[in-house]
Design a protein around this ligand. Sequence first.
Ligand SMILES: CC(C)(COP(=O)(O)OP(=O)(O)OC[C@H]1O[C@@H](n2cnc3c(N)ncnc32)[C@H](O)[C@@H]1OP(=O)(O)O)[C@@H](O)C(=O)NCCC(=O)NCCS
Length: 170
Amino acid sequence: MTSHPGVTLEPARCADVHAIALMSRDLIEHGLNWRWTPARVAMHQRRADSIVLAARLGRALAGFAIMQFGEERAHLSLLAVHAGARRRGIGRRLVAWLEASAGTAGIQAISLEVRARNGEALAFYRALGYEEIAVSPRYYDGRVAAVRMLHILHLAQPPVPVWQPPRIDA
Ligand SMILES: CC(C)(COP(=O)(O)OP(=O)(O)OC[C@H]1O[C@@H](n2cnc3c(N)ncnc32)[C@H](O)[C@@H]1OP(=O)(O)O)[C@@H](O)C(=O)NCCC(=O)NCCS
């Protein structure tokens, strides 16, 4: 559990699942088919290679994020903060928590997609060091464009030199 003044971050509980799915529907997927239903959020909460992270103000759910861990890359699928709780650093803290756990797992990069017309989210991710790497014109529901973004967590380590026995010239 991570605490900052007034904000607590912790893996989401079963009791959070429904509220998280509704936040996804209303704050992220509005105008699209609702894909992050309670059943899907619950499935990610159970999976060992996913994290559903909750941010609380007091006891109330103020924000959440869902990320999947791969071998070398993690994918940030969802992130939202309630409108009344924005610009207090909660989104930044959620991402910092996820990046720290990804880094601990040896993951080198985090990828994500965001609607191409979501200027606020694009500004948010740019502020956190994410770079735009591609545009997918019909990514959402086959009709809404997405920007793909990437953030490199570690530079590749230089190869460690291997000891070689000295050459003996005959
Ligand atoms: C994107 C979102 C998660 C940001 O959450 P937040 O808690 O308000 O973000 P933070 O307060 O941590 O902001 C960190 C920095 O990002 C940038 N930023 C955040 N919101 C911004 C906005 N609306 N416009 C411009 N820059 C913004 C700023 O640089 C900010 O730092 P500052 O407040 O010191 O200037 C939130 O706006 C949100 O839930 N939007 C709706 C859902 C969504 O679009 N999710 C992303 C796609 S899955």
